[in-house]
Design a protein around this ligand. Structure first.
Ligand SMILES: Nc1ncnc2c1ncn2[C@@H]1O[C@H](COP(=O)(O)OP(=O)(O)OP(=O)(O)O)[C@@H](O)[C@H]1O
Ligand SMILES: [Mg+2]
Length: 312
């Protein structure tokens, strides 16, 4: 493994669709043999970045180097060395799983065996099934098998686990971690915080085509969040009572999640915050019985940086 050497270097990349600045001047490097994550909400520019990096879009500015190759200058050589899973792939509906994996394998000089990659994504039972008969989640896993079969040194995965059930997600996390074990460099996009935290060595958070934060998941949390989150179900506070809670000044910030009826107090003085909160709630006869204290997650980081939750 070639630790320390960048497999991917992107400098001031721009991609516009008319007046929409889908990617608006982003720069980053991906070290060989690491998992690099791009995290952001819907429409942030993740897929556009991937598609431009692998040569499916012409860029409007900046530089891209993947394994020393420019996707616009050396498209064929680049394609022979990478694997790509797109967010909405168009696959041939009448081919079977095995047929399409073999077809993709035939594009490469040193592919993995079709049976092996089919087993790794857990589609053994469907090898002879036509693609049109697969469920959404199964198609998704097939797309990842197709990204893997070329035995590429760099693999791009655009939201590899969106729409999968929890068990299938965890299974794919293991597949992705296994790729890293084998020295493959993985570039993935996601809007799942837990996924980014679990998988990625380095992470950029993107919003409106710009990088708004970067680091390891832990670094991002330490940089933006030394605090703990005290979270509880709203016991039915009125607007006035919530405002009063803010005025008590018992936390650094208070976030109210209207939809889930959760209140989160961010604090670095947990016991003072909890004691005062409990006193206040009991005093207005709205006791709190469900309360948790947790470390900040990347979800909190996103909320703090953008003022919005990760999901719209
Ligand atoms: N082919 C296109 N033509 C015009 N606008 C586009 C095109 N592709 C993407 N966009 C716009 O560019 C912006 C970024 O889209 P992109 O698909 O890259 O976001 P994303 O981060 O992948 O979102 P999601 O999480 O929903 O997949 C959006 O405003 C989108 O509408
Ligand atoms: Mg996308």
């Amino acid at each position: 493994m070639n630790m320390g050497t960048p497999s991917i270097e992107v400098t001031d990349l721009k991609k516009y669709f008319g007046s929409v600045k889908a990617v608006d001047g982003i720069s980053f490097q991906v070290e060989a043999g690491t998992i690099f994550g791009m995290l952001g909400p819907n429409g942030a520019g993740k897929s556009t970045t991937v598609e431009t990096m692998v040569g499916l879009n012409k860029r409007d500015g900046g530089k891209i180097s993947i394994l020393g190759l420019d996707p616009e200058k050396n498209p064929e050589e680049l394609k022979s060395k990478i694997g790509v899973q797109l967010q909405s792939p168009s696959l041939f509906p009448r081919l079977t799983v095995k047929e399409i994996v073999n077809l993709f394998a035939s594009f490469y000089s040193d592919p993995l065996s079709a049976d092996e990659v089919i087993a790794r994504v857990g589609l053994e039972a469907k090898v002879n099934e036509q693609i049109k008969n697969l469920s959404g989640g199964q198609r998704h896993r097939l797309a990842i098998a197709l990204a893997m079969v070329g035995n590429g040194k760099v693999i791009f995965l655009d939201e590899p686990t969106t729409g999968l059930d929890p068990q299938a997600r965890r299974q794919l996390w293991d597949v992705i971690l296994q790729l890293k074990e084998e020295g493959v460099t993985v570039f993935l996009t996601t809007h799942y915080m837990d996924e980014a935290e679990k998988l990625c060595d380095h992470l950029v958070i993107i919003d409106h085509g710009k990088i708004i934060a970067q680091g390891s998941p832990r670094e991002l949390i330490n940089q933006y969040f030394k605090e703990r989150a005290v979270e509880f179900v709203d016991p039915g506070f009125s607007k006035e009572e919530r405002d009063e809670l803010k005025r008590l000044d018992i936390a650094n910030r208070i976030s109210y999640e209207q939809e889930e009826k959760h209140i989160i107090l961010y604090t670095d003085e947990i016991s003072r915050t909890i004691t005062r909160l409990m006193e206040y709630a009991a005093g207005i006869d709205k006791p709190i019985d469900d309360i948790i204290v947790r470390h900040a997650t990347l979800e909190d980081v996103f909320l703090k940086l953008t003022g919005r939750g990760i999901r719209e």
